[in-house]
Design a protein around this ligand. Structure first.
Ligand SMILES: C[S@@+](CC[C@H](N)C(=O)[O-])C[C@H]1O[C@@H](n2cnc3c(N)ncnc32)[C@H](O)[C@@H]1O
Length: 380
């Protein structure tokens, strides 16, 4: 049941990208071993009720801020109970008539507006009131915190992978992470949600969380093996990252150096795909390059041009690097970067000699480097 009553701007504002049946089915398969018949199933941002269509004799509760969606959901699911409230305001079980001791399972695909994944910030003007204790910079993260506030026992929802793998986001979810543990996570592409992502795919997870005294820390996320449909599982700690070698963001209060070598801020691989690398003009988004680290920036510059070999699910990661292999091949990266940025020529000692010896083999060596760096993840 795909959304059909909202125009483009409202759809973006409300994050109203309804979920296809095959993804809903995956979520229910993941949930099955953790459910018991007495549980209440709740989707606080249910749209037309796609996640509540599953049979199984549970008592089901849906809610959406959008009254038209709720009306349709009621017609589709006469056996369920529906509410039409802002799910992020006055968050409590009472709001949905759920008892304090009832087993609660939350399902769904809350709206997200992760500024690092979606680009259409201009359309977004939706100002929703959010309880102070669950405010974050992203609606979807606030929804995650609301599930903790509702004291859900099991949660299976779709959300951007960046909530977990970006350390800054993960910290914002601290209260959630203290009480819930990720048990299973399957990565899908945002391309499955039509116009949400035509410009750039980003990874979304179907994530299963369970209440646990243990909670989870960032190291657990780094070591977590994310299931990627149709591909090799993905684990952050299998890779080394450029952020271990150079700064990604401008230094605070750094006086502008004279004639600096400048580089565009490196937020993540998707940002690199659409941004520049070396730039001429200083701005709040430029980094003054430490000349002693120039080769690492050249590496990133070349990485951008090979980024088509990097699958979408690395989109929110830092630029990957195999440090030892890079060191072995550094002259090839230097040559490739200089040939794309002639202004760098003067900075490389003996560049003519280097070119005479290696230029013919550099592209091939770099190609081999990326095949080895990415291994089973390499996109041919
Ligand atoms: C990604 S859609 C998912 C809908 C449905 N769960 C599905 O997967 O088909 C997100 C839904 O969240 C609703 N929504 C957005 N902000 C909300 C809020 N503050 N409270 C309740 N619902 C909200 C939107 O109207 C939209 O229906």
């Amino acid at each position: 049941m795909q959304q059909r009553h909202l125009d483009y701007a409202d759809r973006v504002n409300m994050g109203a990208y309804y979920t296809q049946a095959d993804m809903v089915d995956i979520a229910w398969e993941m949930l099955a071993p953790h459910l018991d018949r007495k549980m209440v199933i709740l989707d606080t941002s249910c749209g037309y009720g796609n996640f509540l269509r599953h049979p199984g004799g549970f008592s089901k509760i849906g809610n959406d801020a959008d009254p038209v969606a709720v009306r349709t959901a009621k017609k589709n699911l006469p056996e369920a109970v529906f509410y039409n409230v802002n799910a992020l305001r006055n968050v409590s079980r009472e709001q949905y008539g759920i008892g304090a001791r009832a087993g609660l399972c939350i399902v769904g695909n809350p709206p997200y507006n992760d500024r690092t994944s979606l680009i259409r910030n201009r359309v977004k003007s939706f100002n929703v009131q959010i309880d102070e204790d669950i405010q974050t910079r992203d609606l979807g993260m606030s929804f995650l915190l609301s599930y903790q506030k509702l004291s859900a026992d099991v949660i299976c929802i779709l959300h951007p992978l960046s909530y977990l793998i970006k350390r800054a986001n993960f910290s914002l979810l601290r209260r959630f992470a203290r009480q819930y543990r990720l048990l299973d996570a399957k990565i899908i592409s945002s391309a499955a949600f039509g116009d949400a992502s035509k410009t750039m795919q980003f990874p979304i997870v179907i994530a299963l969380y369970k209440k646990s005294g243990e909670g989870m820390d960032y190291q657990m996320i780094r070591d977590f093996s994310f299931d990627v449909r149709g591909a090799h599982p993905f684990r952050l700690s299998d890779f080394d990252y450029i952020s271990n070698y150079v700064r990604k963001y401008p230094a605070k209060n750094s006086g502008a150096p004279k004639n600096p070598l400048l580089f565009w801020t490196m937020r993540d691989i998707n940002a690199l795909r659409r941004n520049q690398t070396f730039v001429n003009r200083s701005s709040k988004n430029t980094i003054a390059i430490d000349p002693g680290k120039l080769e690492y920036y050249m590496y990133v510059d070349v990485f951008k041009r090979f980024a088509r070999h990097v699958p979408y699910y690395f989109g929110n990661c830092d630029v990957l690097i195999n440090h030892a292999l890079f060191k072995k091949n550094r002259r090839h990266f230097i040559l490739a970067s200089v040939s794309a940025n002639p202004a760098l020529r003067g900075l490389i000692p003996k560049i003519d000699e280097l070119e005479a010896r290696h230029l013919h083999s550099s592209q091939q060596k770099i190609g081999e480097y990326f095949r080895r760096l990415l291994g089973p993840h390499y996109v041919a």
